[in-house]
Write a protein that binds this ligand. Structure first.
Ligand code: F3S
Length: 673
């Protein structure tokens, strides 16, 4: 006879969590009660009772007092129960399964949005009663397709399921309800643990002559499992424990499959497997006596059994195993790690980086690798994803180091002697390796993502791994590449955009992206510049003209003024013959006076144009620095000459004054104004 255990069987994560919460409460002292049996399994309830968790049916059975509280079981309770417990001053430990809580949230939200709620489930089941409580008891509970005919047509309908129901039945109900609603929203709230157990039980049924379903008859999911197995046509017997197995029951059976409901603890499964081993050994001996033949088949069977038992044992500390995320909360993640085990990753063990919530890091259904940290007494496996990620990052960095690869990282802060860099792990970048020269201000690098090479790599579990980086060599390589590219492409007469690197008294050095050129002070503007800092600041960007190249000495002369309009070009656009403008006398010569109209643009008032009378010397009419009005009488762009006249400007002004006087005489009112 062969015995096989279903791939998924026994305590689900929600029940395991509830038992753990109850045991922790019992360990804290005080009096603790569970409202109804904590799980649908008499043996577990009896065990918890011994530890101090007393089941009661109603809150008023509890005598309030100090250190008295209730544990809300995984099925959850309606909101008014929590309120009543608070009013009675009872402590509350909420072990409602997070997946059930999700159903509460869904129905409360949708009821608030005006949806009629249908719960597919057993109206007497505490989980269903709690769900209806969360939508103000405004839900209709439907146990199967037959009951859908009682429904009347509605505008908006939302359908959820008791978490332990059969998925096919659920969708059959949904299909029957769909024509009865203007709009229907369907939430498959059947728990993945339940689905997996049902699927594993069906698979096992196809390979067995007999299926033993382990669980309490009051357990909904045990009942569903039993029905699922029976539906496959295989002989199915629901049992509570090892003592229910009899030789009669195994008569004529050669392959036995064992599955267990979500409220069946590990130790009951173990007892049953032990009992089956006894039967198996017995049948083996009988076989040997009767036939005295080769025992290969039985050995195989026993080996398989051993393998099942080995599977049944949990992975060891430090093992890395694969799993699927089945539930994510802010502070922990629940993972199905295959077999019958489910584990917990606390938030602190989720990621190498700090995160406020596990929901920001992972989603239900994600497949991940985790390391087993410890196996708690209550059967919970404490897992770490962070440790696996750390190992992977270290493996990769080790390989990068050995192969001298270039890696990327982000500078996160400064420490004595250098910078800290996030390369998946924290690494150290000595100040002398930040650039290929001295760096005065290390702070400027914080937040920058740059490339590095690993120059030291020490993997040390106890003291933490040491990773030392450098970008000195990379910076030098990049500079020489840019320099070559620069000299390959640069030509006299080009216009380039550059950044002011340094300012000196005689000019400014401009970084042209790979090489620096000199912009001499005389090439900055068309007018005379006292100091380069009057025009440019370090860090400014400016366009420059490539004036001259000395490839041998690697010198580049730049001009900025070449790219600017000359004062004469501006004057040409601005001034026209006949304009009367103001200017400053800047120089006097025997033949007239030079008048500056704009910086760098002078015109000449010839002595003959200074007054309406004969002028002996220009000094008799004007002095240097006088501000005077002049009329532009000629512009010669070729020779850059402007002819000016004081005389004509004055004549025009006088004529204008006379005309204004005459106008005021003809129109006295205007003049009086
Ligand atoms: Fe929760 Fe699913 Fe178990 S809903 S209590 S994990 S069967």
């Amino acid at each position: 006879m062969q015995t096989r255990l279903a791939r998924n069987a026994g305590f689900c994560a929600g029940v395991r969590r509830a038992v753990r919460i109850a045991e922790e409460a019992a360990g804290q002292g005080g009096r603790w009660y569970s409202l109804g049996p904590l799980v649908h399994n008499d043996a577990v309830v009896a065990d918890l009772k011994e530890k101090g968790i007393i089941p009661v049916n109603r809150l008023d059975e509890i005598q309030a007092g100090e250190d008295v509280g209730i544990i809300i079981r995984s099925h959850g309770v309606p909101p008014e129960i929590i309120k009543q417990a608070q009013e009675r001053g009872l402590g509350i430990k909420d072990a409602t399964c997070p997946l059930v809580k999700r159903v509460h949230d869904i129905v409360a939200l949708l009821r608030g949005d005006g949806y009629e709620i249908v719960v597919f489930g057993d109206a007497h089941h505490p989980e269903v009663q709690a769900i209806t409580g969360w939508c103000g008891y405004q839900a209709r509970v439907i146990a199967g397709v037959d009951e859908t005919c009682k429904m009347t047509k509605v505008d908006k309908l939302a359908v959820v399921s008791q978490t332990t129901k059969d998925e096919n039945d659920f969708y059959a109900v949904v299909a029957a309800l769909a024509p009865m609603a203007g709009e229907i929203r369907v939430f498959n709230t059947i728990c993945r643990a339940t689905r997996k157990r049902q699927q594993a039980a069906r698979e096992l049924s196809s390979e067995a002559d007999l299926i033993l379903v382990l669980g309490d008859p009051k357990s909904s999911n045990t009942a569903t499992l039993t029905r699922e197995c029976k539906n496959t046509g295989v002989k199915t017997v629901q049992i509570c424990g090892a003592s229910d197995i009899s030789a009669d029951c195994l008569q004529g059976v050669s392959r036995v499959g064992i599955t267990a409901g979500a409220s069946t603890p590990d130790w009951i499964i173990k007892e049953v497997l032990d009992r089956m081993t006894e039967f198996e050994e017995k049948s083996q001996q009988e076989l040997e006596q009767e036939k005295e033949q080769d025992t290969t088949a039985s050995e195989e069977s026993f080996a398989k059994m051993e393998a099942e038992m080995a599977d049944f044992e949990t992975p060891g500390r430090g093992d890395i195993i694969k799993g699927t995320v089945i539930q994510v909360q802010d502070d922990e993640v629940m993972v199905d790690v295959g077999g019958k085990s489910e584990g917990i990753i606390p938030l602190r063990e989720m990621s190498l980086k700090d995160a406020g919530s596990a929901r920001d890091l992972i989603n239900v259904g994600d497949e991940i690798e985790v390391m087993v940290l410890k196996w708690d007494d209550d059967g919970t496996i404490l897992l770490s994803k962070k440790k696996v990620d750390t190992q992977k990052v270290l493996d990769k960095l080790d390989e990068d180091y050995k192969e001298a690869k270039v890696i990327e990282g982000t500078i996160t802060g400064t420490v004595k002697g250098g910078l800290l860099v996030d390369v998946g792990m924290v690494a150290f970048l000595p100040a002398s390796h930040v650039e290929d020269g001295y760096v005065k201000n290390l702070e400027q690098y914080i937040g920058q993502t740059l490339q590095f090479k690993i120059i030291e790599f020490n993997r040390n579990k106890r003291r933490g791994s040491q990773i030392v980086l450098s970008r000195k060599e990379l910076v030098a390589e990049e500079k020489s590449r840019l320099k070559k590219e620069f000299w390959d492409n640069i030509e006299e007469g080009q216009t380039r955009r550059g950044r002011v690197k340094r300012i000196v008294d005689y000019g400014a050095f401009i970084d042209l992206g790979g090489y620096e050129g000199l912009l001499h002070v005389s090439e900055m503007e068309h007018r005379r510049v006292e100091h380069p800092s009057d025009i440019l600041n370090e860090g400014d960007e400016t366009d420059v003209y490539i004036l001259a190249l000395d490839r041998e000495k690697e010198r580049v002369s730049l001009s900025r003024k070449k790219l600017l309009k000359s004062p004469w070009e501006i004057a040409q656009e601005k001034y026209h013959e006949g304009d009367i403008v103001e200017g400053t006398v800047v120089r006097i010569a025997p033949f007239g006076a030079f008048v500056e109209l704009d910086p760098g643009v002078d015109g000449l008032v010839h002595i003959s144009q200074m007054a309406n009378y004969r002028v002996e010397k220009p000094e008799d009419v004007v002095s240097v620095n006088d501000r005077i009005n002049v009329k532009i009488i000629s512009i010669d762009p070729e020779d850059k000459r402007i002819g000016l006249s004081i005389k004509q400007a004055q004549d025009e002004k006088e004529s204008k004054d006379v005309q204004e006087y005459l106008d005021s005489q003809n129109n006295p009112e205007a003049g009086a104004e």
